[in-house]
Ligand binder design. Structure first.
Ligand code: GLA
Length: 652
């Protein structure tokens, strides 16, 4: 007995075959299951397809990924150890900061703390006996995900049974949290609308409830009437001023009266614009008929009753440069130099009229460069004619997308970045109708610092969410990454982390339900509401299931987004995986989001101290529209994986 033991210790006798461990290597996994905040995780290469290298030490084998990145592995209960070398890949130099984390069954087994570029690789060596699901995470350390190239080198799992295998997270049920829309009339948001003196007033009071409905208004400004059947304000206001209008909506079940304010002045988009864009459901595959169908569905689906009002045509409506396609090609301008729509848009004015007839507003798109991103005619050197053309057609919104402008800018400093946006902004102001101005240049040159100066009403602060390989990682990185830009947002000018990719969107080439889980979808809407970000939908409005309608039409969540103070919420507590956000609301309330970016449900709390409040506060669950009682000192909740608990606090 003693000799056997001794022999085992000194390694003379091999352990019994049953207990002998096999080695499974991470790079052999199906890496399409590993999420990445940018690019795609690769075997035996960094995220940029170079050799794996950390502080000069190179590794033949391993996996290169990009924060935030997660892989879940089923260990079948037979794994014994995980070993790896971790670090930020040398391809980013001293930039980048990553936290490597190893968890199993919701318990943390290893945490690297923040590792920076240039730091030597560290060895992870953890016991996995008894573990079922292993999660490997590479999380952004500091300042968002930029340059967070994360390497798992020589990563090996020792096991005695079946090899570890990537697994999907548990399926979540699609539970609609939003209570059903009442049949009674209810005046929803926005309840504040800005118009310039002399411009046509175009605002339909968003009211849910059964139709037919009758509308009455008291206190209208001179020159403005309300359509008794539709609730649309029409007319114009000649002088600056503010009119709190008492609007009553009545149907067979009852009536609702609320104050809706018309503010006549130079500022448009007093609350974040709400609407829809063609881009993520059709890309350039668009036509007059398609846009009309979507506009009609905006109304029939009920979305318009909850405040969505812009129908925006994105890239692809005019002439594709150099194309000999009889439908899309041709001369990009007529003899007078005016823009020509392509054959699929035979009557732009008629299309705008049809959108207006639905009580909605129409948006158009072009680039300040010679061509748009998809290669259609741009506005370069024709800006004045184009601004006038858009106004003449009847558009109420312009998205102005940098695209090819870089080739003609003549410089890459801020002056050159601002110039084309200033030019078009000035031209839009000269038109006799109001056009909300959406700058799109992906956040270059700190656009949030000068967006308002050039007349912009909102500006993209990020790249294209839909271009990412992992929609959850990209929405989380871009959405939570808005922290720090809050000082630049407010009535008339908003930060825009891109459209709402919910409902049926074009994803990997096919029109399909968004790849996000139900909790990720609740996070998306809660976060965009906390951010006071424009709510520009991008899914198919003609095919809205009940879950998606509940998600997009929760009036208490929308009220946070549309709050008249227009304050962009910000994080008050942050760790790598959890964030507590707060947004001050009119009347002294606070919207508070408990967000869990981690891979397992977790207990979270929003202490009053972090929120800067004290005493007793009423807590209301915004998604369920239900009071949760009174709290002192803090509000705590268990927050699901990638999910949110979104509440409104009101002082008792
Ligand atoms: C860019 C923009 C998108 C979209 C396309 C159109 O990528 O960021 O939002 O407008 O161009 O080509």
């Amino acid at each position: 007995m003693l000799t056997t033991l001794l022999a085992l210790i000194v390694g003379l006798v091999p352990a019994s075959p049953a207990a002998q461990a096999n080695e499974w290597r991470l790079e052999t996994a199906d890496l399409s299951r590993m999420s990445a905040g940018w690019g795609k995780a690769l075997a035996n290469a960094s995220i940029q397809e170079k050799g794996l290298s950390v502080a000069g030490k190179t590794f033949e084998r391993g996996v290169g990924t990009h924060a935030s990145s997660t892989l879940r592995l089923d260990l079948h209960g037979s794994a014994t150890r995980f070993r790896a070398w971790i670090g930020v890949d040398d391809e980013v130099g001293s930039r980048g900061s990553v936290v490597f984390r190893v968890s199993a069954d919701g318990k943390r087994l290893y945490d690297s703390g923040v590792m920076h570029g240039g730091e030597p690789a560290r060895q992870v060596d953890v016991d996995l006996r008894g573990c079922r699901i292993l999660t490997l995470s590479a999380l952004p350390g500091e300042d968002g995900i930029d340059f967070d190239h994360a390497d798992w080198c020589d990563a090996v799992i020792a096991h005695t049974g079946s090899a570890p295998a990537p697994v999907e997270p548990p399926k979540e049920p699609f539970v609609r949290l939003t209570p059903p829309t009442s049949r009674l009339p209810r005046v929803n948001w926005p309840r504040l609308f800005g118009v310039r003196p002399g411009s046509p007033v175009l605002f339909t009071v968003p009211v849910s409830g059964d139709r037919p409905m009758r509308f009455r208004a008291q206190g209208l400004p001179p020159g403005v009437t309300i359509d008794a059947a539709t609730g649309s304000f029409r007319g114009s206001i000649s002088a600056e001023g503010e009119w709190p209008v008492r609007v009553t909506a009545r149907n067979r079940w009852g009536a609702c009266t609320r104050t809706v304010t018309l503010r006549c002045g130079e500022t448009l988009a007093l609350t974040p614009p709400m609407g829809w864009s063609t881009w993520y459901m059709a890309y350039t595959n668009i036509s007059d008929a398609f846009v009309r169908r979507q506009a009609e569905a905006m109304r029939t689906s009920g979305l318009a009753d909850h405040g969505y009002s812009y129908i925006n045509i994105d890239d692809g409506w005019n002439i594709r440069l150099g194309s000999d396609d009889p439908v899309l090609g041709g001369a990009p301008r007529d003899g007078l130099g005016n823009l020509r729509p392509n054959a699929l848009f035979p009557d732009m004015r008629g299309l705008c009229d049809a959108i207006h007839a639905q009580g909605l507003k129409a948006g158009i798109y072009i680039s300040p460069g010679p061509s748009t991103c998809a290669g259609f005619e741009g506005s370069w050197r024709r800006e004045a004619a184009d601004a006038k053309q858009f106004a003449d057609w009847g558009f109420d919104f312009l998205k102005y997308d940098w695209c090819s402008y870089g080739n003609v800018a003549g410089g890459s400093d801020r002056v050159h970045m601002v110039r084309p946006y200033q030019l078009m902004g000035d031209l839009l102001r000269l038109q006799k109708r109001d056009m909300v101005y959406n700058l799109c240049q992906y956040g270059m040159g700190d656009v949030q610092r000068w967006g308002t100066q050039v007349g912009g009403n909102f500006w993209r602060t990020t790249g294209d969410l839909g271009a990412a390989s992992d929609l959850w990682e990209s929405t989380a990185a871009c959405g939570f990454g808005q922290a720090g830009k809050e000082a630049f947002a407010g009535p008339g000018g908003w930060n825009d982390p891109d459209n709402i990719l919910l409902g049926r969107i074009l994803w990997r080439g096919a029109l399909a339900p968004t790849p996000l889980t139900p909790n990720e979808q609740y996070t998306y809407m809660s976060l965009w509401s906390s951010l006071a970000a424009p709510l520009v939908l991008s899914g198919d409005l003609t095919q809205m299931d009940d879950f998606t309608l509940g998600l997009l039409c929760n009036d208490e969540v929308i009220a946070v987004n549309q709050d008249v103070l227009g304050i962009q919420g910000k994080p008050v507590l942050r760790s790598e995986e959890t964030e507590v956000w707060a947004k001050p609301l009119a009347g002294g309330d606070l919207a508070v989001g408990l967000f869990n970016r981690g891979d397992a449900a977790t207990r979270m709390s929003a202490p009053w101290k972090a929120l800067g409040i004290s005493g007793q506060w009423k807590v209301r669950d915004l998604w369920r529209q239900r009071g949760l009682g009174i709290r002192e000192d803090q509000f705590g909740a268990t927050v699901p994986r990638h999910g949110v608990v979104f509440v409104r606090l009101s002082r008792v």
